[in-house]
Structure formats: C-alpha cells, structure tokens
Ligand binder design. Structure first.
Ligand SMILES: Cc1cc2nc3c(=O)[nH]c(=O)nc-3n(C[C@H](O)[C@H](O)[C@H](O)COP(=O)(O)O)c2cc1C
Length: 412
C-alpha cells in the first residue's frame, strides 16, 4: 500500500523527514549587504515552517560571490560570517521541519550586466535569441578553476552544516555549471571533463565526493538533476538514469528530478524542443522510471498545486513531492489540505507568445510574493504580470548597480 504524503520518509542515511512534501528551491534575491540572509529571509522561512511543509530547500546559495545567478543573491564562502545563517536555519526548523541549503555555481548563466568572469566547460554562449546579449560570453575553465569550484562547493557545504542546516542539495540542474558539464551541447571538452557521459559527470562526482569529505557522515546530501535538458542533442533521460546510478554508488540521500534551462524553461512547463510535458506534475513520468531503478528516494518538482496530484506522485512510486510556486502563493498549503483537501494554489498563467519573457515574468511575479512574506504580509495572487515584471526589472537594476560598485575593484 502506498504512503500518505503526510507520512515520514527515512533517507538512506537513517534520517527521517517529517512528511513527503518539500518546498523546492526558489531564489529569493533578498540578501542584505555582504550576500547575507537578513530579517526578511527569516520571516519568509518562518512563514513556510508554520505552513506544514516537512522540508524546506533554500533558494540557490552561491559558492562564489563573483559568480551570481542574480543580484541580491546569497553567498556562503570561507570568510562569510556564520551567525546570519544560524538564524536562517533555526527560523526554518521552528516546527521540527528540516532545511537543506541548495548550493550552486551559475557557470555561463550569469547576466552580462553583473560583470565578472563567466565560467563554463567550453566557450558556448547562451542562445536566448534576441536576448542572448544579456548573458556573458563564457571562457572554458582551466584545471585550476575546476579544482577551485570543487573546493568551494565543499567549503559552502561544510559551513552550511556548521550553521545548523540539516543537509545540502547540490544543484546539477537547470543549465547551471554542473548541468553545463553534463550537457553534450555546451561541454565540448576533449579532456577528462568532457566527451563520454562518465567524463561529463566527473565534475558532479568530484563535487559530491568533496562535499562528503567536508561534512559529518550523517549529513544529508541530495542532488537536483534534470530528467532532460529538453533540447535536441542535449542531456536526455537515458543520461539522467545513468547519472542516478552513479549517484547511487556514491550513497546520495535523495535526487530531485526537474528539467530544462534558461534556453528551454521546462521547469515551468514549456520546452524548446517541442516535447509536451504533462499539464500537472510535469516530470512525473520521468521520475517514475527513475524511482524504479534508483537506490535512493526520488523527488519530483514542477506543476504540482493540488493534493490529489501530490498524492498521485507518491502512489505512483515517487517518494517526495516538490512544491515551488504553489508555496509562494499559498505558504500553508500542506496544512490547508488537511482541513480542505480541495484547496488549490493558483499560479500565474502568463500566456505571452514570447516564452522567455513569460518565464521571466513568472519568476518576477513569484518573487514578489516572497518579498511580501518577508515583510510579514500574505501573498497576493492577483498581481499583474506586467507590473511585477517592470517592478522587478527596476529592483534588479538597482541591485546590479550596487553589486558592480561593490566589486568593481575585484573585477578590474
Ligand atoms: C522565483 C523562482 C525562483 C527559482 N529559483 C530556483 C533556484 O534557486 N534553484 C532551483 O533549483 N530552482 C529554482 N526554481 C525552480 C523551482 O525549484 C521549480 O523547479 C520550478 O518552479 C517548478 O516547480 P513549481 O511548478 O512547483 O513551481 C525557481 C522557480 C521560481 C518560480
């Protein structure tokens, strides 16, 4: 008999999560000076902790402040003070829930306006059509740069655990650096880090090993992986199954299955290679296949807003349900479902022809809800897409200016 979404899940390391619902990573862009979490972040995570979700995965935290997915992001490095991170972890754990820090390096997915060096396995720039110029031209990473990245992942993980986070999630999805190495479209290397799938997965493997060596044995270590990049000739579901096997041999505690990248935003339900995803629980079919073969629990995230679908995920053999936007618009959804199983989070439905702009607007409107919660307010589901997009662009411009001023000397 299958489990309820409210039953605990014991991970391979013996640690039990309170239930099978996780808040998926959503970058908050709410850092205070020094790329640190502040009061607004603590408020936000406390609100989620009160809402009944058993596991909160943070928005991606940068391993290097010189390479940010966006301005206003959080970075945790060797010399970062640990106090604010302790407060963040304890706000999230208030009701006995767990918090994992998602750790990430953007690789080539950095805005040109931010400046700095754009790292990637090869010199393949992002192809965003007429928006391509918004992103920097990558330079292929040297061996030393690769080793530096591996070390940085380990340092960030070690400090997260020191601050009281229950675990870390290594971000190897959505077209960021580790996912760039996995992809045959942007990894054109002919050395040990490119070519065969084993070589393309080497950076992920080395990062996992370095993280494992830097934290106590019982620490939870998870990976977020694309089921596919949804681009012709890209990382596909066969590759993903192979990588899950490799991660099983490394005793990873959970793999979250997502998909896509900036070029093909499948994580929001639309792809650039014309493949159609399910209308709800976008990656459930992939996740089911993976769960059949995986030695660790599988979580699937994308397009889940209803209890019936969340329970279907578990009934079909996938162990955890990831919720992103649903919890931005309805932070107490897991508790609300207990009293009214028909409660549904209403996500913005932006049907603009330009998929890239629609995706940016979706992010903007969602982040607005996080900012509201940070200020102690409730989300406001009916925000206008165009208004949120413009407000977000103005806010980002200001943050980019601050970032550039602060780091101008480092980037000179
Ligand atoms: C505002 C916003 C920020 C996001 N930031 C991250 C992130 O930092 N790391 C990540 O892995 N995914 C991120 N995502 C993707 C979500 O984790 C999730 O995969 C995606 O939103 C699909 O799930 P959903 O339909 O439940 O929202 C973000 C999504 C949104 C809307």
């Amino acid at each position: 008999m299958s489990q309820s979404i409210y039953s605990p899940l014991t991970l391979p390391n013996g640690i039990a999560l309170p239930n099978r619902l996780a808040k998926a990573a959503m970058e908050e862009n709410m850092a205070i000076t020094g790329h640190l979490p502040g009061d607004e972040m603590f408020n936000l995570y406390e609100q989620w902790a009160n809402g009944g979700t058993g596991l909160l995965i943070t928005g991606n935290v940068m391993i290097d402040h010189r390479a940010m997915t966006g301005p206003g992001g959080i970075a945790l490095e060797l010399n970062t003070p640990i106090g604010p991170f302790k407060k963040w972890a304890s706000a999230a754990q208030k009701n006995g829930g767990h918090i994992w820090m998602q750790i990430n390096h953007p690789g080539r997915q950095v805005y040109a306006a931010l400046g700095g060096k754009v790292l990637s396995p090869s010199d393949v720039a992002l192809d965003m059509g007429k928006h391509s110029k918004l992103f920097g031209q990558p330079t292929p990473m040297s061996e030393q740069e690769i080793q530096d990245v591996i070390e940085r992942f380990a340092i960030t993980a070690q400090k997260a655990v020191e601050a009281g986070f229950n675990g870390v999630q290594i971000h190897a999805a959505h077209g960021y650096l580790l996912s760039q190495f996995l992809s045959p479209l942007c990894n054109l290397r002919t050395d040990n880090w490119g070519g065969s799938l084993n070589n393309r997965a080497r950076l992920l493997v080395e990062v996992v090993k370095a993280v494992q060596a830097s934290v106590p044995k019982e620490t939870t270590i998870a990976v977020k992986l694309n089921s596919a990049d949804f681009q012709r000739g890209g990382f596909d579901s066969e590759d993903a199954l192979q990588v899950i096997k490799i991660l099983g041999d490394l005793n990873i505690d959970l793999v979250e299955v997502s998909g896509g990248s900036y070029e093909s935003p499948a994580m929001q339900g639309s792809t650039s290679d014309g493949r159609t995803l399910a209308r709800e629980a976008y990656f459930l079919n992939f996740a089911k296949d993976m769960a059949k073969q995986a030695t660790m629990p599988i979580m699937t995230t994308g397009g889940i807003t209803r209890l019936a679908i969340a329970q279907q995920v578990i009934d079909e053999g996938v162990q955890m349900v990831g919720l992103g936007r649903a919890l931005a618009f309805s932070p107490s959804l897991p508790n609300l479902w207990k009293t009214d199983p028909t409660t549904q989070a209403t996500l913005p439905n932006i049907t603009w022809k330009n998929k890239a702009m629609a995706s940016v607007a979706t992010m903007a409107i969602t982040k607005r809800q996080l900012q509201r919660m940070g200020k102690g307010k409730q989300p406001k589901g009916n925000s206008w897409a165009i208004f949120s997009l413009v407000a977000d662009q103005i806010r980002l411009k200001k943050l980019i200016k601050q970032y550039r001023n602060r780091y101008a000397s480092e980037q000179a």
